[in-house]
Ligand binder design. Sequence first.
Ligand SMILES: NC(=O)c1ccc[n+]([C@@H]2O[C@H](COP(=O)([O-])OP(=O)(O)OC[C@H]3O[C@@H](n4cnc5c(N)ncnc54)[C@H](O)[C@@H]3O)[C@@H](O)[C@H]2O)c1
Length: 432
Amino acid sequence: MENSIAVFGLGFVGLPLSLTYTLFGVKVYGVDINEEYIENLKQYKTHVLENYKGKTIEDILKESIEKGLFVPTTKTETALKNARDIIVTVGIPIENGTLKKEVFSNAIHSIGKFLKKGDLVLIRSTVPPGTTRNVVKPILEKESGLICCKDFYLAYSSERIAEGRAFEEFQTMPVAVGALSEESKKRAVNLLSIINKEPIIEASEPEVVEISKLIENSSRDVNIALSNELASFTERLNVDVLEVIKVANTHKRVHLLTPGVGVGGHCIPYSSLYIFDKSDEIKLPMPLLHTAREINDSRPLEILSLIESKLNNLGKTVENSVFALIGIAMKDNSSDISESPAIKMKDNILQKGGNVQWFDPNVSGNFPLKKNNLGEALKDADVVIIPIKQDNINISAEVIANNAKNGCIVFDARRILNRDDVESKGMIYLTL
Ligand SMILES: NC(=O)c1ccc[n+]([C@@H]2O[C@H](COP(=O)([O-])OP(=O)(O)OC[C@H]3O[C@@H](n4cnc5c(N)ncnc54)[C@H](O)[C@@H]3O)[C@@H](O)[C@H]2O)c1
């Protein structure tokens, strides 16, 4: 048996995590159930947008495969035959408010079938409290016939990276670990320390780390909800919200985050829903977290109503207008469209009978209404919405004026444009 690692799930976390280990000379078997994606990886292609030290993730992928250090596969058996350390990054998706726990537990079942004596299973997915102890352990024991902490080792360490900075943050972001035995924790610390140079934070039990991950994300949800509520307040008072936040944050113990068009991605919105999975079970209401979710979820529609009222002032309606959405990903410089507030805006516009054309060079794939370039997306637009900042979109007041309708509305959530430039071209400038 080789001394290699198996990583389950090769998405935004699992792929750069695997490749970070290969950069340290460790051989990694990367397992994903998506066959087409595994074929793409073998041809050095991925939808994950990362880079490190001047190289794209595709460059690193190619080098690692060519050196024999990264083996993408759909076969659990091949991976587990060769690895004694197993890392799980398969998440729990949410559809229509329901947790699809089977996506995560299916991965654990497949690992359990080929688990060997002496293996370590380290969960790095974000999960509802108690998952490592009450879900992972019994599945692994049942499938393998082995006993946890005697025959195999089990630990939990949350993943804290931000997309776009993964390679760097796997090495520099402090990580915490909780385990079901001291030996499990020791093994997990050793595995994490190969790539992470910070001291590993050792917690007394996995639940501490599971819950701390959830509250790290949910605290950001609450903070952003507060800033979003503040933005609605200052908008009515005609006061600049970013200036208010800048002044408030000069207080040494205040740290307000930036308001925006909503909160996207899986990390932040899902964390509160994972908490509610447990709090509902124990019948604890947790109104603050629920309210934060409601405020952030209603942002795209709230902003659209604001734009709609300005449009109505011009004698136009959503129905007879063309909306250009410039940047559709869930946050700045991302390729991830999951739970994207910009997509919610798009869907709301379409529901109201409006016309949409959008452009985002970071979002690959053929989507309806997606345009090939900025000019096409802006063409004859009555409203231009810039929900996020993609550095590779070269937008300016001039390019909008040259393509969109005369006197169009420009909603610039990230303050990329200069108000005077936009207004000097006869357009209406709106921001948060
Ligand atoms: N994306 C982030 O920035 C981030 C940051 C911190 C934590 N997390 C957490 O990490 C986990 C993974 O997130 P992600 O963004 O990488 O998800 P993702 O959806 O991009 O990737 C998950 C991958 O798992 C694969 N998969 C599904 N079932 C499988 C199975 N049975 N066996 C093998 N592979 C399987 C999917 O095909 C997919 O490629 C989640 O729990 C998430 O909450 C994500």
